[in-house]
Design a protein around this ligand. Structure first.
Ligand SMILES: C[S@@+](CC[C@H](N)C(=O)[O-])C[C@H]1O[C@@H](n2cnc3c(N)ncnc32)[C@H](O)[C@@H]1O
Length: 274
């Protein structure tokens, strides 16, 4: 693989395009990262310059190259029961939710769900702490911009190292164990899987088509890529989709500086709709 130079004017073209298309603002300091992550792609496509790659990106009407670009510069890192304190908080909030739900119907959105650990954690949590879980009508909408991670999420197959921190009884309750070419893998049981609806969805550019509200929204470690304006718009939309008293979960390093009149910080990056 030979090195291709990324000129400042080419970097600027990528920055503008990505911001307009997906609302991700790539800072100046990311020039080396972009170059490093995309060089392999240029070689694969046998392109000689970043300008050629830019032309390929903007003329690709399928949108596949854009998704590839976003996947290359962003991270899909996730894990089961990420942000432990939020799950502890949810345990305390559950009695209030249960008492407000006479119809036993719960709707949750995992926005930026990556490879599925977050929506499946929500279900495992509810299975563990919600009395008479089976009798509840629970649906989780799990969305992401990347078709690659969604494919993994839909399969729901995980390595033993990904589930080793989970309590043994939870693993037995939620996963089927199988031998994949002498390596143990764990697949989410279909009874849990069928409660999740996975969809390809761009939080910045796609239309907000939701007819009903959600009892909770998780958008954790996703908005770190967005600039203030994009974040502000998105949070405003989340607030509209939450009934009074319902929580919005962000990543532990994320906080809101706007929407103070509609979303109150409860701690641990959990906000409550006022
Ligand atoms: C770091 S992962 C976080 C996964 C999970 N929420 C968690 O906290 O463990 C961020 C995810 O956001 C997705 N993402 C980034 N920009 C997005 C956008 N504009 N619309 C939808 N998803 C996006 C990425 O594809 C990635 O899977």
């Amino acid at each position: 693989m030979y090195e291709i130079e990324l000129k400042p004017e080419e970097f600027k073209l990528f920055r503008t395009y990505i911001y307009e298309k997906v609302g991700i603002s790539i800072s100046e300091e990311k020039q080396t990262l972009v170059k490093g992550r995309l060089s392999k792609r240029l070689n694969e496509l046998e392109l000689k310059s970043f300008k050629e790659y830019y032309n390929r990106l903007v003329s690709d009407t399928t949108g596949d190259e854009l998704l590839f670009f976003v996947s290359a510069i962003s991270t899909n890192v996730t894990s089961f029961f990420r942000e432990e304190t939020q799950w502890k908080w949810l345990q305390g909030y559950l009695p209030e939710l249960i008492s407000s739900k006479r119809d036993k119907k719960i709707r949750i959105w995992s926005a930026g769900c990556s490879s599925g650990e977050e929506p499946y954690t929500i279900l495992m949590f509810l299975q563990n702490y919600l009395p008479d879980f089976e009798s509840w009508d629970i649906k989780i909408l799990a969305t992401d911009i990347s078709s690659k991670v969604l494919k993994c999420a839909i399969e729901g197959c995980y390595e033993s190292t990904q589930i080793e921190q989970l309590p043994k009884n939870m693993v037995m309750q939620s996963f089927e164990k199988f031998d994949a070419k002498n390596e143990m893998k764990y697949q989410i049981k279909s009874a849990l899987k069928k409660r999740v609806l996975f969809r390809l969805y761009n939080l910045v550019t796609d239309e907000f088509f939701f007819k009903n509200k959600f009892d909770m929204i998780f958008c954790r470690n996703v908005m770190i890529y967005f600039d203030d304006k994009t974040r502000h718009q998105l949070v405003g939309r989340f607030a509209q989709l939450l009934p009074k008293g319902s929580p919005l979960f962000l990543g532990s390093s994320e906080s809101l500086t706007t929407h103070k009149e509609t979303l109150k910080l409860l701690g641990s990056s959990i906000y409550q709709k006022l």
